[in-house]
Design a binder for this molecule. Structure first.
Ligand SMILES: O=P(O)(O)OC[C@H]1O[C@H](O[C@H]2O[C@H](CO)[C@@H](O)[C@H](O)[C@H]2O)[C@H](O)[C@@H](O)[C@@H]1O
Length: 347
């Protein structure tokens, strides 16, 4: 396991361009270039603002018609039987993103609560299958929203992984499972976070969130006319930190260490920890709504194992195989999985 981490956490200056988790969802070819320029200190502020605009799904509506998109990425509810068929004889392992997947997207990140019904469903799910939450938020924060001790948690985009507090039937000594491949960056992240708070305080609506191994700069509540100011402020801080990179989520700029670690690596690490490293009898199911989830979808495609489900009401480029519209549909899908499993085990 130590080797797994070492091999995967070497700095990746050279690889940034190829491996950025924004690759797949880049709406225009030069958006990747834009982020590289920002990351490398080039500072194309206008282009960063374009890129921020593209964070909003409404800007992607015209990319493909909904109907043809749904033909390519059918509803996981409609394809439920096919999914079960593909998983036959294999151990299903569940990976769930939090924001936009288990909880609806809201204006205030501190109020992104999941419903009681969803919590009950996820609890039942974890009784049926090994289940992990994989989030961009810091692990403690996402745990405080989910509050289930039977889950694996991968916070800070997978850079902070911990086994279930209450132990697990799927892993011996799961309580001691801890993987934090970016600890050396903690002081830098704290410093950058303080600078970003200071720099952005004059931009109404901007919110800087310290996610321990990464930082989020939210612009959901920033007037679009002020986005270029915000981009300037972020850029002015980032230019002094070549070991950090900038990515995007939903109306959020994510600042992360340039290590070769993301939600895809977290998925692989957890599969290995669960004893499924070189195993054909495993069927990982990853459900997520965000660009950072694409790294995990991509890994599943590369491994030809399990499948990814994108949560989106709008057509988006994705490495997922199926889609669900919103957290309500996610809950329906999870419930059906639980019912199916309970029926099979005669519970
Ligand atoms: O990987 P995730 O669990 O999806 O976390 C990604 C980011 O989610 C949160 O921000 C997003 O949700 C907020 C609440 O609905 C919303 O206000 C914001 O616009 C979204 O980007 C979280 O606050 C970030 O720290 C996470 O990185």
């Amino acid at each position: 396991m130590v080797r797994f981490i070492e091999e995967n956490t070497k700095t990746m200056e050279k690889e940034i361009g190829n491996k950025s988790n924004n690759d797949v969802t880049t709406t225009t070819k030069n958006k990747k270039q834009v982020l590289q320029d920002i990351n490398n200190g080039g500072g194309l502020i206008n282009s960063l603002v374009d890129s921020m605009r593209a964070c909003s799904p409404t800007h992607l509506k015209s990319l493909m018609k909904q109907t043809s998109w749904l033909t390519e990425y059918p509803s996981a509810l409609d394809m439920f039987e096919e999914i079960l068929h593909a998983s036959q004889g294999k151990q299903i392992v569940m990976f769930l993103d939090y924001d936009g997947t288990l909880s609806p997207i809201v204006d205030d990140p501190d109020r992104a609560f999941m419903s009681r019904k969803m919590r009950r469903t996820v609890k039942k799910l974890a009784n049926c299958f090994p289940t992990a939450i994989v989030s961009g938020r810091c692990r403690e924060k996402v745990y405080n929203f989910v509050k289930l001790t039977e889950l694996y948690y991968a916070g800070s985009h997978g850079m902070d992984i911990k086994g279930p507090e209450q132990g697990s039937i799927y892993m011996e000594d799961s309580k001691s499972l801890l993987c934090q491949p970016a600890t050396e960056f903690l002081p830098m992240i704290d410093e950058v976070c303080q600078k970003l708070i200071k720099q952005t305080k004059l931009t109404p609506g901007a919110k800087v969130e310290n996610n321990k191994f990464c930082v989020s700069v939210h612009f959901r509540r920033v007037d679009e006319n002020n986005w270029s100011d915000l981009a300037n402020q972020v850029r002015s801080v980032m230019k002094d930190y070549p070991k950090l990179r900038l990515c995007e989520g939903r109306k959020v700029l994510e600042i992360r260490p340039i290590i070769k670690w993301d939600k895809g690596k977290a998925l692989e690490f957890l599969l290995e920890s669960l004893g499924y490293a070189n195993c054909a009898d495993v069927f990982p199911l990853y459900i997520g709504d965000d660009r950072t989830d694409e790294d995990a979808f991509k890994i599943l495609r590369e491994r030809r194992q399990g499948l990814g489900i994108l949560v989106s009401k709008f057509p988006k480029e994705t490495n997922a195989s199926y889609s669900l519209q919103d957290p309500d549909e996610v809950m329906d899908f999870l419930r059906r999985l639980v019912e199916w499993k309970q029926l099979r085990s005669g519970a």
